[in-house]
Design a protein around this ligand. Structure first.
Ligand code: SF4
Ligand code: SF4
Length: 255
């Protein structure tokens, strides 16, 4: 075999390896049954299960003391400091679509900062327990609350292992047209579905100055998130619960 054909074979083998790595990464996520396909959804096309939206957060890139993702979420969705009339009769009632947690490991004294929001679980306990069907999962994996059918029983809040949901206790008037909120309803991160459906990134991802968040279709082996998942070691919070979360974390120190 000539040097040229050896090098050609090596290139082919390399391409095959790369393809397998990327596909393997997506399959790791999809281990629970997602299809491998990707396409941006045109406005007029309904949501499809061919797409599985996912978010990868690299906590090693997450800035210390930075909460730009949280303030962007507030501004975009009109909660917390992003709402001019948000009021709580009790400090514990504060809305928490997204939080920045400082995680401390007592074994080695290490700390890191972790943004926490709804994990958009495939097997979502909030959806399972909701008596009215108000909690639901879209075909593309985004978990939402239909405020018209939510009766405020808060079963979903109790079922969520990530404490990702909050309840609106007081009347609100200054609302975003695309994100109406209301007293008596439960709410949580929507992955900015209103933006995603228009081909945009979630507000937190767009705002992160450190490039710590990657959003995209994990069913598409060519998407940035699939490629990142193939390259870096990532994990699911509370993987032991078997919820197959749509949010994954990289860079969490292992002791
Ligand atoms: S993280 Fe909580 S609110 Fe979000 S889908 Fe899972 S159980 Fe539901
Ligand atoms: S609070 Fe609303 S969304 Fe949650 S379980 Fe009750 S009806 Fe369903």
């Amino acid at each position: 075999m000539s040097t040229k054909s050896i090098s050609h074979s090596a290139q082919l083998a390399k391409r095959r390896l790369l393809k397998a790595a990327v596909t393997g990464g997506a399959a790791l996520w999809a281990g629970q049954g997602y299809k491998l396909f990707a396409a941006a959804k045109p406005d007029e096309q309904p949501v499809t299960s061919a797409v599985r939206w996912g978010l990868l957060v690299n906590v090693s890139q997450c800035g210390d003391g930075c909460d730009d993702c949280v303030t962007a979420c507030q501004a975009e969705n009109g909660w917390g400091s992003g709402s001019s009339d948000e009021q709580q009769s009790n400090a514990l009632q504060v809305a928490q679509w997204m939080r920045k947690l400082d995680v401390h490991n007592p074994l080695d004294g290490s700390t890191f900062s972790l943004p926490l929001m709804c994990q958009h679980c495939d097997s979502a306990p909030c959806v399972d327990v909701c008596p009215t069907g108000a909690s639901f999962k879209r075909a593309d994996g985004i978990v939402l609350v239909d405020r018209h059918t939510c009766i405020g029983c808060r079963y979903c809040m109790m079922a969520c292992p990530y404490k990702a949901r909050s309840f609106v206790h007081e009347p609100l008037f200054d609302q975003r047209a695309h994100q109406p909120r209301g007293k008596g309803c439960v709410e949580s991160c929507t992955l900015c579905a209103h933006r995603v459906d228009k081909g945009k990134q979630p507000a937190c991802v767009e705002a992160c100055p450190h490039g710590a968040m990657v959003f995209g279709d994990v069913n598409d082996p060519n998407s940035e998130i699939s490629q990142q998942l193939a390259k870096v070691s990532s994990r699911e919070l509370r993987k032991n619960l078997g919820l197959n979360a749509g949010v994954r974390y990289a860079g969490i120190p292992v002791v």
